[in-house]
Structures are given as C-alpha cells and as structure tokens.
Design a protein around this ligand. Sequence first.
Ligand code: HEM
Length: 524
Amino acid sequence: MGIPDSVAPDSGRDPITRRGVLGATAAGAAAVALGGTLPETASAAPPAARTPAAGGDLRAAAGVPWKHAVGDPRGSEIATKAGRDKEGRFGVMFKDAEPFTPPDDLLHSLAVVMSEPAGAPLDNPDIPAGFTFLGQFIDHDMTLDRTPLSAQQTDPLALTNFDTPSFDLGSLYGRGPAADPEIYEPGGSGRLRVVRNANGVDDLPRRTDGSAIIGDGRNDENLIVSQLHLLFAKFHNRCLATGLATNLAEAQQLTRWHFQWVIVHDFLPHVAGPATMARFLGGGGAPPSFRREFYKPRNPNRPMMPIEYSVAAYRFGHSMIRPGYLLNARTTPPAAAPIFGAEGSDLRGSRPLPARLEIDWQHFFAVPGKPATPRNQARLIDAKLSAPLFNLPPTVVSDAVTSLAERNLLRGKRLGLPAGQDVASRMGVPPLTNVELDLPYPAHPGWQGKAPLWFYLLRESELEHGGRRLGPVGGRIVTEVILGILDADRGSYLHAKPAFSPKPPIAPAPGEFHMGDLVAFASQ
Ligand code: HEM
C-alpha cells in the first residue's frame, strides 16, 4: 500500500510548477534587476524581479494572533536592534560572525529552486514522519512565551522580561488550573480535558469558532500536531488513571520527564544521529554528563535561544514535511490528505477533528505490536521543500509571502544571521563551497562567496548523510542547544534527576522508551 506523495486532487504541485516556468522565462529580467552577470551555463534560471507586494515587509503579520512563529517572535530582533553581544530571550551564538546580507532577489531565486522535483526518491528511510510533528511540538514548547502582555510591551526586545525557553510542556498545561481552568477537567482531579466531538472522535476542547482551548494555539495549526497534543494529554490522564501519579504535580512531572526522555533518546538520535548525541551527552559516566562547546549563555539560569538555532538550524524540520499523509487504514482506500490543499479536505487545523482524519499512530511511529507498514516516512533533510509549502494557506501566514523557503531566507537576513561558511569555520568544520552546495549562480557577487545558513545546513545534511540526518554543523547546533536548555532547567530530569529512566508499566523494559511506547501507554 503506497503512502501519498501528493494527494489528488489537491496536492498543490501546480502552483510551484507554474512559478518555475515563469521564473525560467524571466531570467534576463532578473539578471538586470540584480545588477549582476549571470553565468551562461546556469542550469536554473532565477525568477522574475520581485513585485513590491511579494517583497513586502514580513512584519506585516504583526498585530495578528501569533501563529507558528509568524512575524518575528519577541526578542528575535536582538542582533539587529540591540547588538550581537546582547542576550535576553534570544541571543547570538557566534557573536563575532558578520551578518550575511545577500540581495533579496538572490534569496528569492534560491527559494524558487528549493521545490521538490516530481518523481525523485525523497523519503527518509531512517525517520518516520511522526518525528516531523514531534519536532514542531518541541519547537512550540521551547518557544512559548507566557510573559504577561504588559511586560512584553515594555520590553519588546525581551532583554529582561521573558519566559525562559524550556521543555516543560507549557503548551499542554498552560498557566495551570487556577489561571487556565478551561484546559482542565472540573473538580480538581488534575486531568486534562479531552472531549468526544460531534464527529464521534476524541478531540481537544474547542471554541465555537473551531479553535482549540489549549496552552498554545500553535499546536492547533495542523491536524497532525493537534492530534499529537491530544496524545500527550491522554498520556498525562493515563498517569492519573493508573495510579502512577496521584495528583496534578506528579502527573505533570511524569509526563514532562518522559517527553524530555523522548527528546534525548529518540528525537535527537533520529535527527542528529547517535554519534552527535554521544559527543554532548556521554563521558562514560552514569549518569551521563553534558558537555558544552559553543552554546554558553551568559546567564546559565536563564538560557537564551540563539538566532542561529531558531532562524536556521531548527528550521531543518521544514524540509521533512511531506505533501500528503496517510492517517489511517480503516477504509479502502486508506484515509489520506494533503498537508495543505483544498480547504475542508486538507490537514489544516483550528477545526474539530473529522472522523476520517483520525490518526492511527503506527502510520507515524514504530508502535509495539502494530504493523510496520504502511508508515509515512519523513522527507529527507535536504534543500528541497514539498510543494504545498510554497503556497501556505491563510491559517498559517497572514501576509503576501506564502513560500516558506522564501520566508526563512528573508527572515535569516532580516534578523542578522551569519553565513553558513562563517559558522562552519568557527566550529572547526571545513566549510563547503557555494559550488559544492549547488547554490544557484554560486559566483554571483551578491553571495560574496557564501551561502545563507539555513540553506547551508540543509545541503550539508544532503552531502554528508544523503539527507538521512543533520550534518556536523546543523546536528551539533541543534543537539547542543536542546541539551543545554534541558541541562539548565532545574525542573528537567537531566538537571533534577539525571539518573531518571522510564520503567514498566510505562516503558516495556527499564530504560527503554520511545515515541511508540508513549503512544502505546497513552492509548490503552
Ligand atoms: C506543517 C508544518 C509546518 C509549517 C506549516 C510551518 C510553518 C512555519 C512558518 C510559516 C514559520 C514562520 C516563518 C517566518 O516567517 O519566519 C515557521 C517558523 C519556524 N518553524 Fe515551522 N512549520 C512547520 C513545521 C515545523 C517543523 C517540523 C519544525 C522543526 C522541526 C519547525 C521549526 C520552525 C522554527 C524553529 C521556526 C522559527 C520560529 C519558532 O521558533 O517557532 N517548523 N514555521
């Protein structure tokens, strides 16, 4: 049984193909617009010169409810507005590396060639697709900013008033039952609200407009991440139902620590590889000790989020998104849907879960006792994004730039990211050249012989590991920052109880616990 590559009739391949064609016919115009000489042998032509609308300020999104990081998250402008040496909620990891500022038109032309070619083998055999959305869920947990609005307004650069990044499942628990009672069952049981919706399936509690009542609305952005959120709520409730936890605080700690365990022992080994994990968390001792290399926040008790991580390295997940997913095989043919396509039949969120799109998790993770096929695999971590991500719906973005690749590249420039090669050399990794990276028009003077960090890290993964996991620069940034934040958090198991390890009945055996086991325990 095949996994949908794109799901007819609304796979969304068309828009990007049309863009590609338009781009090819406009190569000359773009060359003039860029003021540079394009090589005669260029294999991919840049697109047409930008229209003012498409080149508009990404900050147009400001003032609308915060979606999955649309607009600059508060404090992320620190490098350009406060200084590269400053640290608050965000900071700069490689402070002495210059910001990289290629012309917007070059970034636009790069974004255009980042679309997946039709028919190529693009699946990652090593990473089941559930890890894509676990990655998105982890991002939301880490970046949730619960700072009261008044404090946010007096400190727009988040230099002093901010919620420190942590992996404490704030998205699940909100501000607790006193401040966010609608997330919890009434009566003080400590259980999170899970409802049976009008379509007859378990769902998150929702408002009349369809939006979920949860600690972080971003986990309602698509129907996969919202069902993952629901899974964690069920895990929490099951800790109480089994008596393994007798109150809210105990259930929270069990759920948080198993979530953190999965990040360390399942997510990071999948995306960065076991060797990179062992580089930072090992040392042969028991419990293992964490080693720091380049992520050294000035205030160890309030670790910052480096822009290199947030605006480039951790956005690797965008290249793992498939155009379409198989949700369950209860029907013939199995239920499948495009991530974004025709409204109503796609996977966009903020609406009650339709019964047809309820997930059976063995199609996303290896679940004990369940068949291994059919399973959605993530796309390779490479410099190609699937077609629907070039035409993001209004539930995801609110301005004219609907290409996720272009947003990431422009955002990197606006927020003062260094070039990929400058980061690699500071980490002692021999930098890849623009020709090796296959950057369009690699010798164009606008590139100054360098490449944008986000693109660099994706190509690095492709060149070093065939896209199966992150390369040395990307893998180390992601691993060190995540482990560094966990290590600094007094409530995390890594800090509070490094010897913690999952046990039966939650785990199948002591110290053995993966996402599939979390699914199995939560779904009993
Ligand atoms: C369907 C899935 C996803 C969609 C539609 C999506 C879309 C977006 C959009 C529109 C932005 C803002 C871009 C900008 O204007 O700068 C963004 C930011 C970001 N995305 Fe995603 N994304 C998805 C999944 C993921 C995944 C799987 C990861 C990582 C594993 C990820 C990591 C990030 C990060 C780190 C940011 C920067 C801000 C933040 O920390 O939240 N995203 N995403």
